[in-house]
Ligand binder design. Structure first.
Ligand SMILES: *Cc1c(COP(=O)(O)O)cnc(C)c1O
Length: 373
């Protein structure tokens, strides 16, 4: 048994011991047939999670944290003389804009309020007046605030204007059910330490083979981070182009086994149960949640710092951390917030245990309970 910590940060998530232990394997060269078999199975399971038709969609694996997927989709899927539209209502979409800036990709940064869903009329106006937009990018669940974006509706617009739709699903994939075709998504992405409850260091993009194949002719803007090159190498050899994170892949294999054993619906219900316990606990202590309930993804609660001179996030964090619970700061500029997330191998009881410790921390440091604003 490994000491069990309850991670309420937005990933890496709490994992099971069986996933942790799956990394302890005999040394193996990833070029062996045995390993190639594992990789092929992994690829097809990752497509299955979003209910993709394996004739149409594929999964391309990379060694890196989730941001590598964002980088790869943006730099690989833009044809020459075309533009990217980033629908930006949060910190993760702002990161996508930064990537466009670094690669000097022609783009439109459509900045929208961070506390609500985008106005689809505004999105359509931009698409209509910019026929050179070839790629539209948005974040399914802005992990910084907990906001859920209506990807199915946005995707329908994107396709009406014949563009490719890339969605950052890093913080929903394998948690909130996604149907890649019905949700009008051409490319989605995630990393192993979030939804599937694996280890850090493996990321994947699930998307349309035909678009990836067309991208062979697009400008190559990165050597290591190119979608077509990795896809093509995997298709031919069943391996990643360069050294894969071997042990992390064994953990992912076990995590997927546990994912399918739990089942998509049961897992989503568990996350929902955990999230609801988080909300109830926060509300009981008087905390305000930043995003209104009807537009939350149901996975991240961002609570506003109370108006209390004794409130110090660091102290509360450390008190909880010493007792096995991790809480996380917010990600909205100029606003004091902390986050509690419903990711990982945890359940309702863990949240109830957490709130006992959290309330103890508040009282220990003299924060008035219920908190005030
Ligand atoms: C976690 C996350 C990422 C990736 O972040 P890394 O720190 O690179 O793992 C990207 N997008 C979203 C929405 C996320 O929640």
């Amino acid at each position: 048994m490994v000491k069990r910590n309850i991670l309420l940060n937005p990933g890496p998530a709490t994992t099971t011991d069986t996933v942790k232990m799956a990394q302890i394997v005999p040394d193996i060269c990833p070029r062996e047939k045995e390993f190639v078999g594992i990789m092929r199975e992994l690829e097809s399971d990752l497509v299955k999670i979003v209910h993709g038709d394996p004739e149409v969609y594929t999964a391309v694996l990379f060694c890196g944290s989730g941001t590598i997927n964002m980088d790869i989709c943006l730099n690989s899927l833009l044809p020459e003389n075309k533009k990217i539209l980033v629908i930006n209502n949060g910190a993760y979409s702002s990161r996508a804009v930064e990537i466009c800036e670094y690669y000097q990709l022609p783009h439109i940064n459509l900045r929208l309020p961070v506390d609500r869903q985008p106005d689809l009329k505004v999105v359509e106006e931009v698409l209509e007046s910019n026929p050179d937009i070839a790629l539209v990018y948005t974040t399914h669940h802005e992990t910084g605030t907990g906001l859920l974006n209506p990807v199915r509706e946005i995707g329908a617009l994107v396709h009406k204007y014949q563009a490719v739709f890339v969605v950052d699903t890093t913080s929903t994939y394998a948690m909130r059910p996604i149907h890649i075709a019905e949700d009008n998504i051409d490319f989605c992405m995630a990393s192993a330490q979030k939804g599937i409850m694996g280890m850090t260091g493996l990321s994947y993009i699930v998307g349309r083979k035909a678009v990836i194949e067309a991208s062979a002719a697009y400008p190559k803007r990165s050597y290591y981070c190119n979608l077509y090159l990795q896809y093509d190498y995997f298709k031919q050899h069943g391996e990643m182009h360069f050294t894969p994170p071997v042990q992390v892949i064994y953990a992912a294999k076990q995590a997927l086994k546990e994912y399918f054993a739990e089942g998509e619906q049961a897992k989503w219900e568990r996350h929902t149960r955990v999230f609801s316990a988080i909300r109830t606990g926060l509300e009981k202590l008087g905390f305000r949640i930043f995003i209104s309930e009807d537009i939350q993804a149901g996975l991240v609660a961002a609570a506003l710092y109370p108006n209390d001179p004794n409130w110090e996030f660091e102290k509360i964090h450390d008190y909880c951390y010493e007792r096995g619970f991790t809480i996380y700061p917010g990600k909205v500029e100029k606003m004091g917030m902390f986050r509690l997330c419903a990711l990982g191998a945890i359940d309702e009881k863990d949240i109830q245990d957490f709130f006992v410790v959290f309330e103890e921390a508040l009282r220990t440091y003299g924060v008035k309970v219920p908190v005030e604003y």
